[in-house]
Design a protein around this ligand. Structure first.
Ligand SMILES: O=P(O)(O)OC[C@H]1O[C@H](O[C@H]2O[C@H](CO)[C@@H](O)[C@H](O)[C@H]2O)[C@H](O)[C@@H](O)[C@@H]1O
Length: 246
C-alpha cells in the first residue's frame, strides 16, 4: 500500500448515506474493518473528520477506535490521544439550547440535536419550516455573540464555537505524527467540508467531493456506496483509487 498519504474522511453523506433523522444512520457492517485495514496500511494516518461528537462516531464504528476530529474539530483523537469538549465550558450555549428546545417544541418535524458543545437545528422532516429554523438559528447566534458562529449544511443549521472548523483541524493533524510529511486526502460531501478541501488543496493534497453541488474539490464521486467500494479496493490491493494527478 502507498504509505505517503494521510486520509481524512467525513462521516454523514460520505461514509454513510443521508437519512431522514440524525439518529437513524446505518453503517455498512463491512466499513469498520475496511477502515482498520486502511489505517494499518497508511501507518495510522487515517482520521474521521465530522460534525458529530467523537462518542457518537466511536459507537458507529465499533469495535475499532479511529483518530477523529469531532464537532467540526472541537474534539480530537490524534495518534490515540483524546481531547474532548466540556459542555460546562459553554454555559451560555447550554442555556440557549434549552430555549431552542422550547421554541421548536411546537414545530412538528424540526429537530434540535444537542451535541454538548454545539447544537444543530434540522428541518429535513419539515422542509416548510426551513425559513423558521434558519431565522431561529440566526437569532440564537446573534444573541450568543462572536464566540459562536453558524454552520450551514444539508437541511441543517448548526451553532458552534467560532474556533471550530474542518480546515483548521486538518492542518493541526498535518503537524502531528503520523500525519506530518504525508500528502493529505480529504473526502466530504457538504458545505462544511469545503473548508477542509481548501486546506488540503493548499497543502498540495487531494480533495474528493461526494455527490452534486458546487465545490472546490478536485475529484467527484457519486455516492457513499461508490466511496466505500473505492476504499475497500484500496484496502485490499493497495492501489490508490482516486486520480491523484501530480
Ligand atoms: O460532518 P459530517 O459527518 O458530514 O456531519 C454533518 C452533520 O451530519 C448530520 O446531519 C446530516 O445527516 C443526517 C443523517 O443522515 C440528516 O438527517 C441531516 O439532514 C444532515 O444534515 C448530523 O446530524 C449533524 O450533527 C452533523 O453535524
Amino acid at each position: 500500500m502507498e504509505e505517503a498519504y494521510a486520509l481524512f474522511l467525513d462521516f454523514d453523506g460520505t461514509l454513510v448515506d443521508i437519512v431522514e433523522r440524525p439518529d437513524a444512520v446505518v453503517v455498512d457492517p463491512a466499513l469498520p474493518d475496511i477502515l482498520l485495514r486502511l489505517e494499518e496500511g497508511l501507518g495510522g494516518a487515517l482520521a474521521i473528520v465530522s460534525g458529530r461528537p467523537v462518542a457518537f462516531l466511536d459507537r458507529q464504528l465499533q469495535p475499532h477506535r479511529f483518530d477523529m476530529a469531532g464537532l467540526h474539530g472541537l474534539e480530537q483523537r490524534i495518534a490515540g490521544n483524546l481531547h474532548l469538549c466540556d459542555p460546562e465550558e459553554h454555559p451560555e450555549l447550554r442555556r440557549m439550547i434549552g430555549r431552542l428546545q422550547e421554541v421548536v417544541a411546537e414545530k412538528a418535524g424540526v429537530l434540535v440535536e444537542d451535541k454538548g458543545c454545539s447544537v444543530a437545528l434540522h428541518w429535513r422532516l419539515a422542509p416548510q419550516e426551513k425559513e423558521f429554523a434558519l431565522a431561529t438559528a440566526h437569532a440564537a447566534v446573534e444573541a450568543l455573540g462572536s464566540e459562536y458562529r453558524l454552520q450551514h449544511g444539508k437541511s441543517v443549521a448548526e451553532i458552534l464555537p467560532s474556533a471550530a472548523g474542518k480546515g483548521k483541524v486538518i492542518e493541526r493533524f498535518m503537524h502531528s505524527a503520523p500525519y506530518k510529511g504525508r500528502r493529505p486526502i480529504f473526502v466530504g460531501d457538504d458545505l462544511t467540508d469545503e473548508n477542509g478541501f481548501r486546506t488540503v488543496n493548499a497543502l498540495g493534497g487531494l480533495s474528493v467531493r461526494i455527490g452534486a453541488g458546487e465545490t472546490i474539490a478536485k475529484v467527484r464521486l457519486r455516492t457513499p456506496a461508490d466511496l466505500r467500494h473505492c476504499l475497500s479496493r484500496w484496502a485490499s490491493d493497495g492501489s490508490l483509487p482516486f486520480n491523484v494527478g501530480d
